[in-house]
Design a protein around this ligand. Sequence first.
Ligand SMILES: N[C@@H](CCC(=O)N[C@@H](CS)C(=O)NCC(=O)O)C(=O)O
Length: 210
Amino acid sequence: MKLYQLPYSHYSAKVSITLLEKGLAYEAPALDAGYQKSPEFLTLNPLGKVPFLQDGDFGIGESEVIVEYLEERYPHPALLPGTPHERARSRWLSRFHDLYLGPQLSTLYFALSDGRAGKPEFQPEVDRLHELVALLESQINPAPYFLGSQFTLADASYVLSYWYIGLLSKAHGKPVPDADMPRLVNWFAAVKQRASAASVLKAAEISLAQ
Ligand SMILES: N[C@@H](CCC(=O)N[C@@H](CS)C(=O)NCC(=O)O)C(=O)O
């Protein structure tokens, strides 16, 4: 399998963690930032976004679609819980990440280099991140993972994004204190022990330090 990804992309991290958790062998070529818009890549993924997975002659984009595909195609170990209610809950958390928290983190990330950071008119975007973190905090009760003792796709979604919550809220001058997200803090303490999460976090740190 070949995963087109960027090590600092929170959507890519979700797929890398899923592949690692399932013990699936894959290659991840080093890509330059902006490779997503190259003609070569656009023929694979016309949306021009990573992650994109090539599995034999089958290629698919969009992180959540990719991990759901992997779950169906390679069901062991399972990364969705057993009951319909739990599965819906896991998917709700993944959806909340992809539609709300993830894009807000992207907004804050790009603002650091496009001149918007620090401007008074940008402050609502920073406040919005705090609101989304509070909302997420109100929706979880980790034990130690979001759905209990089983690590699921929902957990995979948030590993790199949790790290970005700290990094970006601080960079924008309004850190989210641990006291505002005690459940997430406890969740991350468990999640970062996993080899999959540790390796993806390390790769992101290295790539952002370059
Ligand atoms: N909904 C997409 C979002 C993917 C995404 O936004 N990827 C970013 C990197 S984090 C990207 O490739 N952006 C390039 C662009 O939009 O031009 C997913 O879940 O895969």
